[in-house]
Write a protein that binds this ligand. Structure first.
Ligand SMILES: Nc1nc2c(ncn2[C@@H]2O[C@H](COP(=O)(O)OP(=O)(O)OP(=O)(O)O)[C@@H](O)[C@H]2O)c(=O)[nH]1
Length: 454
């Protein structure tokens, strides 16, 4: 029981730690988002007198703490001002050349778009928000102008807020569970103290019986010495025997009542423990499910970046103790943007799904593969020598190259570049990841569709 409680508590603490970590990631995302909105505002500022005051008010509001209720009217006012300009320019053709209501993507636009795109790719959302995040990713990529990008920024802000609220809710729910378990444990410890007290009552009853019987026996002994008359003595013996019999009956009644009460309490406690056990199992299953979902890329059905981070932490600890070789491969699909641009995002998603599944199928059972984000995958090689891992990377590259993609019955060639790096004395997972990423860049610069050792 004690062990189970410890396991349960450690699971709870692990879950709270995970949520706290995710909340910190979301704070970073929120801060990036603020910078992005400020950047958008900066670009749009000066484009039109009627829009400028709204942009200024929004910038001032964004400099303070994030208050969705206060921000919403400001965003609405800005949207109304922009659409008013749009209507005017639609009705007045001469105006169109100066109205920047729907400015086309320019140098700024495309840099904002790629920052926003990177931001959306980096965030790991709760499973129930995954579809919305995915849709947003597509809309950012398809956004044709700054207004459409600003709308995506709005949606991203909503997503960030919902994610934070969702995480807070999860923390609250876990705290409620802990309170519940603590109450039950208090109940059990109360039960144990009551039982101990009850045991003392039983001992006291036995001692009282002992004392009464000893007292009667002493009286009887004294009577035997003092009384000469046989009848009187018999009377005294009878009286003493009745008193002793009464003491025994009283003791038996009290013990029987105590035992009945004890059985009832024990049965109630057994039911409580059974109930707690059922609740614990249900909760544990749902926590495990949540945990699994949080570490799964739902689009492809493979481990995601969070799962990678957990796995590399554990592998790093093993490497520090046993020193067996440990490596990371970063795999990035070549010219993936052009696949999206040519065949659309849905086709791009299908390519990602097929490649992700191929990677899972062709790594060895001892290797770990995850989608790191966007069109980048990552493999952890634990215990494999560098040459062996490089061979696996080559095999994966070859498998990707030979996947038979078609569009309008025409073959579409898809390749990937791979950067591999191994842990060396004094390394951290981030340092090795950076080296693998650098090797990936070298592979890209060297003509793509190749593996490079970092
Ligand atoms: N369809 C789809 N596209 C995505 C997803 N995540 C990221 N992308 C797109 O992947 C593309 C990555 O483009 P870039 O970073 O320019 O890289 P690239 O075109 O692959 O070029 P190289 O890496 O240099 O070979 C961007 O257009 C992203 O919008 C996704 O989940 N689905």
């Amino acid at each position: 029981m004690r062990l189970e409680n410890q396991v349960w508590e450690s699971k709870y603490h692990e879950a709270v730690e995970r949520l706290t970590r995710e909340e910190a990631q979301w704070r970073t995302a929120e801060s990036l988002l603020r910078q992005l909105v400020a950047c958008l505002g900066h670009i749009a500022h000066g484009a039109h007198d009627q829009v400028d005051p709204h942009i200024e008010r929004l910038s001032v509001a964004l400099a303070g703490p994030m208050e969705p209720l206060a921000l919403e009217p400001l965003v609405n006012e800005l949207a109304t001002a922009i659409s008013a300009l749009g209507e005017r320019s639609a009705g007045n053709h001469e105006d169109r050349s100066i109205a920047i209501t729907r400015p086309h993507r320019n140098e700024h636009g495309s840099s904002v778009q790629s920052s926003l795109s990177r931001l959306v790719e980096r965030i790991v959302v709760l499973p129930r928000l995954a579809d919305r995040a995915n849709e947003l990713r597509h809309d950012v990529a398809d956004a044709g102008d700054l207004v459409a990008l600003a709308a995506c920024g709005d949606r991203l802000a909503d997503l960030v807020n919902e994610q934070r609220i969702g995480l807070q809710r999860e923390i609250d729910a876990l705290q409620a569970v802990l309170r519940h378990v603590t109450n039950r444990l208090d109940e059990m410890s109360g039960y144990m103290s009551r039982e101990l007290a009850d045991q003392s009552v039983g001992e006291a009853n036995g001692q009282a019986l002992d004392a009464s019987v000893a007292h009667e026996m002493r009286l009887l002994g004294e009577a035997a010495l003092e009384i000469d008359d046989i009848h009187e003595l018999r009377e005294q013996v009878n009286h003493s025997l009745e008193t002793i019999a009464f003491c025994f009956r009283d003791f038996r009644d009290r013990e029987s009542a105590r035992l009945t009460a004890y059985r009832e309490r024990a049965e109630k406690m057994r039911q409580r423990i059974e109930q707690l056990e059922t609740e614990r199992n249900t909760l544990q299953r749902s926590l495990e499910r949540e945990h699994e979902l949080a570490q799964t890329d739902t689009m492809i059905g493979m481990p995601n970046r969070l799962a990678y981070e957990k796995r590399i932490e554990a592998a790093f600890e093993n490497w520090r103790t046993d020193g067996k070789p440990l490596g990371i491969a970063a795999i990035d699909i070549d010219h993936f943007k052009s696949i999206n641009d040519t065949y659309g995002h849905t086709a791009g998603d299908a390519v990602l799904r097929i490649i992700g599944q191929a990677l899972m199928k062709h790594v060895r059972p001892c290797d770990f593969v995850a989608r790191y984000g966007g069109e980048e995958f990552i493999v952890i090689f634990e215990g494999a020598e560098e040459a062996e891992a490089l061979q696996v990377c080559e095999r994966l590259r070859g498998k990707i190259q030979h996947l038979a993609f078609h569009a309008s019955r025409q073959p579409v060639r898809v390749t990937a570049s791979i950067g591999l790096a191994y842990f060396q004395a004094g390394d951290t997972p981030q340092a090795v990841f950076n080296r693998a990423d650098l090797a990936l860049y070298t592979a890209k610069n060297g003509g793509r569709n190749r593996c490079v050792m970092g």
